[in-house]
Design a protein around this ligand. Sequence first.
Ligand code: CTP
Ligand code: MG
Length: 231
Amino acid sequence: MTALAILVAAGRGERMGAARPKAFLELGGEPILLKAARSFEAAPSVAGIVAVVPAEEVDLARRLLAPLRKLRAVAAGGARRQDSVLEGLKQAPAGFEGVVLVHDAARPFAEIALIEEVARAAAEHGAALPVLPAVDTVKRIRDGRVVETLDRGELGAAQTPQGFRLALLVRGYEEAFRDRVTVTDEAMAVERLGVAVMAIEGSPRNRKLTTPEDLAWAEGVLAAERAGARA
Ligand code: CTP
Ligand code: MG
């Protein structure tokens, strides 16, 4: 089975508050984008990698990702995440009928086993994503007051990579754009079609680096691993 990975890195990283988009910040001495891409380079089911970055970073990203054997294209992203994903989808080879794996470049620790499981489930069922079960009790709040306590057993946080048969994701996107709906992840575009999306177990390590605290956590993870490797 062959999959095309689309790494989206075209956001502004406002919550990170750094001078540059967060995928270009360094983690353990290399850019987060390169680190995230290496997992896909190493995943057996992945045949190609497309990176989507801010327009002004395209040249830099091409240089950074040049060592990757599977790199197919670096494209400029758009205003919303779905606009960036659409630019990535345009880079799919003509006649491609495999699975696309859309991944946040801001998640540099996606395990190869997780990537493989999403790819396999997407090929079999059409759509799949990793979900991390909720650990806290979740409340619905309106005007500063609790209006409802949700059933934690039914809740989970969506992660990436999210995998889809290409034709299914394209149909979901066509309908979302036609209906002028903003989708916050790719699965939402497919859910709108009434198609089942398989939830597989996510991983705590596969955390999205959103704030400076997340970056400090990630440096800690790498430092602990390096110390473990030396011991
Ligand atoms: N993303 C993108 N294009 C956009 C918006 C987001 O490619 N127009 C990507 C980001 O680069 C990131 C992923 O989608 O890898 C998840 O988005 P998020 O964590 O929200 O990143 P940013 O939008 O960059 O951060 P912020 O919301 O804090 O500005
Ligand atoms: Mg964002």
